[in-house]
Design a protein around this ligand. Structure first.
Ligand code: ZN
Ligand code: FE
Length: 256
């Protein structure tokens, strides 16, 4: 297992940019650099040299710092092959199931379309770390800007089947609003109630609620819980297909 250190950098309104340093090999990646300046500041503070940018998708709040950082550091930019035209400065094009070496640490790429048609996630299986971009949020998921509900359901289903102790780093602090919605459609869920109590405490102290684990999501994220009978009943979807239940939950959240 590689010795990885992750620094969470809050930027813009509610984005998280992550710097990840591999102490064994002295390589450093930034995941979804919305902006460049705070990233360069942390690199300087830490004495790390940026070697990689890992992009999950093409949105400006995920690739906005790409070209500045490449100019400043000559780092390699990794992104989805199918979205190469929309990832500024892309050098390494990856697809579903590909592996990518970050020094001695190996990432597996999952193709997770739905939020955008070219979204990917980075899974460091040995280190139990997932960079989920805008696919999976704490108690939520990304909006369907480009993909279909069925695609997004399949993407989320891949992620929910990862080991429960996988630590998930997503790109936004949307947790409290997501939890309010979750409670509105599954109020009898004890795990959800307890999680929201913790989340409200953290947010009141301006602390991040990210990262979280896959197990946290299995028990409290309504987008991953189409099998929940109370949830099915509460939204009038008893006995429907999982992707149909997911689509209904997404639609209700969009109008919440
Ligand atoms: Zn996005
Ligand atoms: Fe985003």
């Amino acid at each position: 297992m590689a010795n990885l250190e992750i620094v969470q950098i809050p930027v813009l309104n509610d984005n998280y940019v992550y710097l990840m340093h591999n102490h064994d090999d002295k390589v450093t990646a930034v995941i979804d650099p919305a902006v460049s300046k705070p990233v360069l500041e942390v690199l300087k503070e830490k004495g790390w040299t940026l070697t990689h940018i890992l992009n999950t998708h093409h949105h400006g709040d995920h690739v906005g710092g790409n070209l500045d950082l490449k100019d400043a550091t000559d780092c390699l930019i990794v992104g989805a092959a199918v979205d190469a035209k929309r990832i500024p400065g892309i050098d390494v094009e990856v697809g579903d199931g590909d592996t990518f070496l970050f020094g001695s640490a190996e990432a597996t790429i999952y193709f997770t379309p739905g939020h955008t048609t070219g979204h990917i996630c980075y899974h460091f299986a040995n280190e139990k770390i997932l960079f989920a971009g805008d696919t999976l949020f704490a108690m939520g998921c990304g909006r369907l800007f480009e993909g279909t509900p069925k695609q997004m359901w399949q993407s989320l289903n891949k992620l929910r089947n990862l080991p429960g102790d996988t630590v998930v780093y997503c790109a936004h602090e949307y947790t409290e609003a997501n939890g309010k919605f979750a409670l509105s459609i599954e109020p009898e869920n004890n795990d959800l109630q307890h999680r929201m109590t913790e989340v409200r405490k953290k947010r009141a102290m301006n602390q991040p609620t990210v990262p979280f684990t896959i197990e946290d999501e299995r028990v409290s994220n309504p987008f991953l819980r189409p099998e929940s009978l109370p949830l099915q009943e509460n939204i009038g979807m008893t006995g429907k297909e999982k992707h149909e239940i997911f689509a209904k939950v997404r639609q209700l959240k969009d109008n919440f």
